[in-house]
Write a protein that binds this ligand. Structure first.
Ligand SMILES: [Fe+2]
Length: 246
């Protein structure tokens, strides 16, 4: 048997054992099992499996397992999510994203790219970033938005970069399907705290996919997908009408 199949046998055996224990512990009836299967069938038909994995924080737990080693000595990883586009435009300094009249609170975001263990600046790094607009929509959700709005790739030099943008809005994960119905039935909201997504890469270093959140956010303690990690929260300071995060 191949190593891959051995792994499959092991995890399927463990999963079935855990599911049996779950049914016994919670005295799950035939009727409840049937309804659970109907729910999963609906999720599959609606192509909602990624949303369900997010809502149960399975994607975040798998992210933690996958990047456990690197996360010990570096900015924690965070899930990529469904809104990444691989071919965002390369930006020229001074870096800014969004329409010239982009609605929202102006934000100056200052980032540092450091070697995890030593804390020394990484000489040159590629920073690929994307975010929602001020009301929580990504460009691909808003027919009126220009292509690649609030996205771009910039080069961080000597371990630093500065980006001018707007504060992204909080948004809800899709809630009109089976997953949203379940969240409602169990009294959970669908909001994600405000965040900016980053993919950072540099020759000689492991790439990092993460998100940065903002201190004081209303939804940060109850992120609907459980992805907001304490190590990823940045301050948001008002400096003469411009919000600065660094
Ligand atoms: Fe997002």
């Amino acid at each position: 048997m191949s190593a891959r199949n051995q792994r499959l046998v092991k995890v399927v055996d463990a999963l079935v054992k855990d599911l049996h224990e779950f049914v016994l512990d919670h005295r799950v009836t035939e009727e409840e099992l049937r309804r659970a299967m109907d729910f999963l069938t609906e999720v599959g038909k609606n192509d909602e499996m990624p949303g369900l994995a997010d809502a149960f924080a399975m994607t975040t737990v798998a992210d933690n397992v996958t990047h456990e080693e690197a996360n010990r000595s570096a900015t924690p990883s965070n899930i990529e999510g469904p809104f990444y586009l691989a071919d965002a435009p390369s930006l020229s300094p001074p870096y800014r994203v969004g329409r010239p009249d982009e609605a929202g609170d102006p934000l100056v975001f200052r980032g540092r790219i450091l070697d995890g263990p030593s804390g020394r600046p990484v000489p040159t790094a590629l920073v690929d970033l994307w975010q929602a607009d001020a009301v929580g929509n990504y460009d691909i959700q808003d027919p009126g938005a220009p292509a690649f709005n609030l996205r771009g790739r910039l080069t961080a030099r000597d371990g630093t970069f500065e980006l001018r943008t707007v504060v992204p809005g909080a948004y809800e994960i899709p809630k009109n399907g089976a997953v949203g119905r379940l969240l409602k039935q169990i009294g959970r909201h669908a909001f994600r705290p405000r965040h900016i997504h980053f993919k950072i890469s540099a020759d000689g270093w492991q790439p990092l996919t993460t998100q940065i959140y903002f201190a004081g956010d209303q939804w940060i303690e109850s992120d609907s997908i459980g992805a907001a990690k304490p190590g990823l929260v940045a301050p948001l300071n008002d400096r003469e009408g411009v919000l600065v995060s660094e």
